[in-house]
Design a protein around this ligand. Structure first.
Ligand code: 5GP
Length: 182
């Protein structure tokens, strides 16, 4: 059932499920016999991470990193801040960043730069959603779920002012919801 604040469902629950399985199949092939550290970018990627790891045939280590660039708005501030660091050392390890969405590319380029200084054995990126047309910084994504248009999305872990993360699909909010909260 569509939430009353949602204008349109961009990607359904069934489509997400299918895509997560196909991303996991690619990871199962590429990381066979390895024990990579999956670095989940808080908070948006958590739902994606939970579904993804249950499709994996290898046992990953999971860790979390917190960054912020939006601060309760729908446009990137352009300033990326590290809010919470990893617990694990990634020196000499295979590392896979798990991110919900790439938009300007600022967050992932910051993260990539930051994690590479720690000398991992390998560093790859897996994103569920890619707003390709919004890119300000070039970033190579190794595993991409869906390429989507430049619309502010919520659901499946993605929020607007901390709301809507629980929705099982990816949707676009009605514009009056933004107006109410501004
Ligand atoms: P970037 O740094 O690539 O511009 O943006 C990455 C971050 O911005 C994501 O981790 C996510 O938190 C946020 N973001 C970008 N687009 C959207 C969107 O459509 N919806 C939500 N909820 N967050 C977004």
């Amino acid at each position: 059932m569509k939430h009353a604040d949602i204008k349109e469902i961009l990607i359904s629950e069934a489509e997400i499920k299918k895509k997560v399985k196909s991303l996991a199949a690619a990871l199962n092939k590429d990381y066979k016999g390895k024990k990579p550290i999956l670095v989940s970018v808080l908070k948006g990627s958590v739902v994606f991470l939970c579904d993804l790891i249950r499709e994996l045939e290898f046992s990953p280590i999971i860790d979390f990193i917190g960054v912020s660039s939006y601060a309760d708005s729908t446009e990137s501030s352009g300033v990326v801040r590290l809010l919470m660091d990893l617990r694990e050392s990634i020196v000499g390890k295979d590392v896979l960043i798990i991110e919900d969405i790439v938009d300007t590319g600022l967050t992932l380029s910051y993260l990539k730069r930051n994690l590479l200084t720690r000398k991992p054995k390998s560093l790859k990126i897996c994103v569920l959603l890619d707003k390709k047309e919004c890119r300000l910084k070039k970033i190579d994504v190794d595993y991409t779920g869906f390429i989507i248009p430049n619309k502010y999305c919520v659901g499946y872990g993605l929020d607007y002012a901390e709301i809507y993360r629980h929705l099982p699909y990816i949707g676009v909010l009605k514009s009056e919801i933004y107006r109410q909260q501004k």
